[in-house]
Design a protein around this ligand. Structure first.
Ligand SMILES: Cc1cc2nc3c(=O)[nH]c(=O)nc-3n(C[C@H](O)[C@H](O)[C@H](O)COP(=O)(O)OP(=O)(O)OC[C@H]3O[C@@H](n4cnc5c(N)ncnc54)[C@H](O)[C@@H]3O)c2cc1C
Length: 381
């Protein structure tokens, strides 16, 4: 029984490790588009971007642990086509890889602004993206972050700490509003302002200006242009499923799976790219913990467990001195109640309530208490 994992990152690697741990000894191949051995993405907007960590430190596992997996890593080659009936993957270099089971773990592709991409305009998804951005930060004084979500806010905080003049632009009234609601978003807005980030929110970005091929500004829908030497576009990302068109799988904002993360007979999807039924709706989670937890479930199911994947979603974000931990499914329109600590001290746990029950627990610099509330209201970790 052979297994082919497409995508050599958190979700793909964890699936392989779980299979080996559970005693699977047959052939495993891991195909990855990037040349780098598997590395972790959360540090790319934080420690690595700041220059505190080098490339080696972002690696998910040391070389010896990868070798001990006895898997064949095919790196620097992308899957370009897939036939789910025969479970055959074709790669950009012309390889044909067939296996008894295929695990799709190709993650996301960042969105870009339409039109010409002048020098100095970046997205941040890969280690190479982060290295290019870090290099530009060293030579620039003025950054505009296009995007007011988690990634945009993290990049703004990191760049500000590195001494750049930073403007964050985006359509929401406050950062992370659609994800965490106006109250927590308002606190984040205050935090960013107090640290010197200029917020130009509530207006869409419609384009870029450039001079001699280098970005010079960001055009807002209200007619203003924000001057910039470097621009990071953090407008979200879409599932990396182009290679799956014509595969016979259902592709709809991700690889659509059943509750056990099975997309077809002998085909599974895992991590940011997977979409599966959860509490009666199809969801997709874009966070690091999900990549690990879903991989464990896929490995179990491949080995015959038939276990529905029903996690309590979790993500964290670090912005300046604030560490936010979010368990469950917060909604922008949920009632938010401070359950422990207080806002003034910048240390609290908040509950998101809907229909009389707690649907999410958010911690702001109170990790232990946050875990306790999570256990009490959303079930044990
Ligand atoms: C900058 C950044 C910061 C983040 N910070 C946080 C955080 O603080 N907290 C948090 O919870 N989450 C964070 N995340 C999200 C977290 O990193 C992701 O949820 C996690 O990486 C998902 O893992 P994955 O393996 O599903 O996808 P990915 O890590 O995206 O891996 C997919 C892999 O597939 C490869 N691939 C794509 N297409 C192909 C193809 N056609 N053929 C072969 N290989 C292919 C890619 O090159 C990539 O290596 C962050 C993400 C980024 C980008």
């Amino acid at each position: 029984m052979s297994v082919l994992v497409v995508g050599a990152s958190a979700a793909g690697l964890t699936t392989v490790e779980a299979l080996r741990r559970k005693g699977f000894r047959d052939q495993v191949t891991v195909l990855g588009a990037e040349w780098h051995p598997p590395y972790d993405r959360p540090p790319l907007s934080k420690q690595f971007l700041r220059g505190d960590w080098d490339e080696d430190r972002t690696r998910l596992r040391p070389e010896a642990m990868l070798s001990a997996l006895d898997a064949s890593f095919v790196l620097g080659d992308s899957a370009v086509a897939f036939d789910s009936g025969s479970r055959t993957v074709t790669t950009a270099s012309g390889r044909t890889l067939t296996a008894d089971a295929v695990v799709i773990a190709t993650g996301l592709t960042p969105r870009r602004l339409p039109g010409v991409q002048p020098d100095g305009v970046h997205v941040l998804r890969t280690l190479d993206d982060a290295a290019a951005l870090r290099k530009d930060f060293a030579a620039a004084k003025r950054l505009v972050v296009v995007g007011d979500g988690v990634l945009g806010a993290e990049i703004a905080a990191t760049a500000r700490k590195m001494g750049l003049a930073v403007t964050m632009a985006g359509p929401q009234t406050v950062p992370l509003e659609s994800q965490l609601g106006p109250m927590i978003g308002g606190l984040l807005a205050e935090l960013h302002r107090s640290e010197g980030v200029e917020l130009r929110l509530g207006t869409a970005v419609i384009g870029l200006t450039d001079r001699d091929g280098r970005v010079s500004g960001v055009q807002l829908a209200d007619g203003n242009v924000l001057p910039a030497e470097v621009v990071v576009v953090a407008l979200g990302a879409t599932p990396a499923t182009e290679w799956l068109s014509g595969s016979g799988l259902v592709i709809d904002n991700g690889v659509v799976c059943d509750a056990c993360c099975r997309a077809a007979d002998g085909v599974y999807a895992v991590g940011d790219v997977a979409r599966w039924p959860y509490e009666d709706v199809l969801i997709r989670l874009e966070n690091r913990t999900n990549a690990t937890e879903q991989a464990l479930c896929v490995a179990d199911n491949f080995l015959g467990a038939d276990r529905p994947y029903a996690p309590v979603p979790y993500f964290w974000t670090d912005q300046f001195a604030a560490k936010l931990q979010v368990h469950g499914r917060p909604a922008a329109d949920a009632e938010v109640v401070v359950a422990e600590g207080n806002l003034e001290d910048g240390r609290f746990v908040a509950h998101y309530r809907r229909g009389g029950r707690v649907v999410a627990v958010l911690g702001w610099n109170l990790p232990k208490q946050t875990r306790l509330h999570r256990g009490q209201h959303l079930g044990p970790a």
